[in-house]
Design a protein around this ligand. Structure first.
Ligand SMILES: Nc1nc2c(ncn2[C@@H]2O[C@H](COP(=O)(O)OP(=O)(O)OP(=O)(O)O)[C@@H](O)[C@H]2O)c(=O)[nH]1
Length: 309
């Protein structure tokens, strides 16, 4: 996720001329981590692994030009927030327009004025980190640090719509801590808060990849979306999550189903997401959760939906 200290931010410099890269390196290397690429293709590879905080991009490069690379990054939701400053030598106003339209945030003209370069980089990194802090406040749950309901409502729909395109198994899982009201009554609200943090951290650790979206759905209720996993894999993941929570061994003397804190899970697996609706799947997973609660808690109910209609 985003970083908060821009003192040692990662700066990617993309230029086919080694002398330009060298000059920029001289100006910035004492303040930032500098990564270098000599072509658009090389830059793309680096961006995937290093996820730079800012990119300084030469406009004219053979094969993949700076403009094309910029358009590609701005069109990709994973990379679109990385600010791109064009390093330019052009004189025509139309060329400037092209850079703005491609999605650049600023320009530095060649020959490079060193002070201007360092001031521009610092200014855009500051803006980027401020925006990251705001995004963090808006998207993350204040208590547990995992994604909140607002983020889920917004990104869950996008996540689901991407899964509809691949049309491979999609699952929704609801987790709910058992007898949590009794836990609060027995140990106090602050210990309850601590329990929520531990449980959410424990689950989050097990679902941290691009095929899963995990969020706090309500008070002691969590939701997990899983794309492109078989029914068997989903079953085994849910079981390992429930076991991991139990293995935290958080004492729960008021629970009627275990000596420790446990979760119940309700899930639906749909092998044909293309013709399903996310809201229906969430509702149905909630029904399964209630069945798990009714059946005594500390258990998993998973329903396979072959035809959502
Ligand atoms: N400490 C703490 N408690 C919370 C928070 N959010 C919700 N709760 C509590 O979670 C409890 C949920 O209680 P219920 O919905 O009755 O469910 P339960 O007691 O877990 O019972 P079952 O789900 O049926 O096993 C309520 O007492 C809420 O006050 C929170 O942020 N911190």
């Amino acid at each position: 996720m985003e970083r908060f200290n821009f003192e040692m931010a990662d700066v990617l410099v993309v230029d086919d001329q080694a002398s330009n890269i060298q000059l920029i390196y001289q100006v910035l290397h004492s303040d930032y981590n500098i990564y270098m690429a000599r072509s658009g293709a090389e830059a793309l590879e680096l961006i995937k692994t290093q996820r730079p905080d800012i990119i300084l991009l030469d406009v004219y490069m053979p094969e993949l030009s700076g403009l094309e690379l910029c358009r590609m990054l701005k069109g990709n939701p994973i990379y679109c927030d990385i600010p791109i400053i064009f390093i330019t030598s052009f004189t025509e106003p139309e060329q400037e327009v092209e850079c703005w339209e491609a999605g650049g945030v600023d320009f530095v003209q060649k020959p490079i004025n060193q002070l201007t370069l360092s001031k521009r980089v610092k200014a855009h990194l500051t803006l980027k980190f401020q925006a990251d802090v705001l995004k963090r406040l808006v998207n993350l749950d204040g208590l547990t640090g995992i994604y909140n309901r607002r983020y889920f409502d917004e990104q869950g729909a996008i996540f689901f719509s991407n899964s509809q395109q691949t049309n491979v198994g999609f699952s929704v899982v609801m987790f709910d801590i058992d007898y949590f009201k009794d836990f609060n009554d027995r140990y106090g609200h602050l210990v309850g808060d601590d329990c929520l943090k531990k449980v959410s951290f424990c689950i989050n650790r097990l679902v941290n990849d691009d095929h899963k979206l995990f969020a706090r759905y309500g008070g002691e209720e969590f939701i997990l979306l899983i794309s492109e996993a078989s029914l068997l894999d989903v079953k085994s993941l849910i079981e390992s999550i429930c076991n991991a929570v139990a293995a935290l061994k958080i004492p729960h003397e008021s629970s009627k189903c275990s000596a420790y804190v446990t979760v119940s899970a309700g899930a639906v697996y749909c092998d044909n997401p293309e013709i399903a609706r996310l809201n229906d799947l969430v509702e149905q997973s909630d029904v399964q959760l209630y069945r798990a609660k009714d059946a005594g808690r500390n258990q998993v109910f998973l329903k396979e939906i072959l035809n959502p209609f």
